[in-house]
Write a protein that binds this ligand. Structure first.
Ligand code: HEC
Length: 112
């Protein structure tokens, strides 16, 4: 009986940890907005690039943004500035940043 209840307690603790991790991994849009200030000089707070050599990232899918930030961080993709920036980001930072940038709605207008 004792073993069973401590097992149940352990299961509860593990479940709580999993839920907390899942919540963190999901990222928070408001936190991401605050963090995006460090990206704004190049990418804009709205994700619309401020320099011609910088890509737009607003409205980009979270899957793509995550894969590219992780690629810069691991060295699989290299860019003088982005590599340094991405190396300073934790998984949690990336989750918040991509929550913000992927939540932006972009509209497009094709030429006539
Ligand atoms: C100093 C300017 C600068 C800053 C600051 C900066 N970036 Fe970048 N970023 C770039 C450039 C330039 C590229 C294009 C890299 C290349 O040519 O491979 C890029 C590429 C990216 C890409 C890949 C986009 C794509 O279309 O493949 C992502 C995602 C990204 N940056 C996210 C961020 C985030 C998030 C931050 C803030 C934490 C940030 N960047 C800060 C300059 C910057």
């Amino acid at each position: 009986m004792r073993i069973l209840s401590s097992g149940a307690l352990l299961a509860g603790v593990l479940l709580a940890l999993c839920l907390a991790t899942a919540a963190r991994a999901a990222g928070d849009v408001a936190t991401g907005r605050g963090m995006a200030r460090q990206c704004a000089v190049c990418h804009g707070l709205d994700g619309a690039a401020k320099r011609p050599d910088v890509p737009n990232i607003g409205g980009e899918s979270d899957i793509y943004l995550k894969s590219q930030l992780e690629a810069f961080r691991s060295g699989a993709r290299h860019h003088e500035q982005m590599t340094i920036i991405a190396q300073g980001l934790t998984d949690e930072d990336i989750a918040h940043l991509i929550a913000w940038y992927s939540a932006i709605e972009m509209t497009v207008k094709m030429p006539e």
